[in-house]
Write a protein that binds this ligand. Sequence first.
Ligand code: SF4
Length: 229
Amino acid sequence: MKLAGLMRSSTLDYPGALSAVFFFSGCNYDCFYCHNRSILTGPGTDMEISEALAFLEKRKGLLDAVVLSGGEAALQIGLTELALTIKAMGFMVKLDTNGSLPEVVRAMLEKGALDYVALDYKAPWRRYREIAGENADPEAVKETATLLFDAALPFEMRTTVIPQLGLDDMLEMAREMPVLPRYVLNPYRMPETYREEDLFRLKKPPHTPDAIRAFAEEVRPFQPNVIAY
Ligand code: SF4
């Protein structure tokens, strides 16, 4: 296992904590607006895990947490063991996931390897494959969400409010899920790396911050813990 990238310090990636972010290459989804396209297919040879752990050793007492992100981190063989190693060093561990691998999340929960999970909620279930590619599996995402509810683990679901999602979609999504402990609406920004054939979708004018805040107020009756950034 190797890292495709390491963010040494972030105040944004773990709610209320100072974290490092481990990025892994590879993803089984294909969101046209992916911001990490450059690491999806890369070999991920930037940093050995031992190097990343040595970095963490020096940050004991300075960092609170480590975020396992990607790409899709849950595709990595040995992720549970890595998370347990990081926790044994005294850090909290958060997993960022597209929700496609509930069996991995289940195993990590059973072993107590996670403190927080951010689960992507890309679109209404009926539009999942249109937005996240042919491999996207809404049933797996639902199963992952159910595991998180049952585990009573702190978690959030999060939606990038791409231009292709309108108010009707946002309301549909808000109603599709039980009340979430935290539901984050993130603004869309055009990615730096993309496929030419996706340009017509990427160039659609984004919703303004005011429009996203207005969406949040519309969905609040169904998801009272919604936050718009
Ligand atoms: S799930 Fe995340 S990493 Fe994978 S393609 Fe979609 S946005 Fe990119």
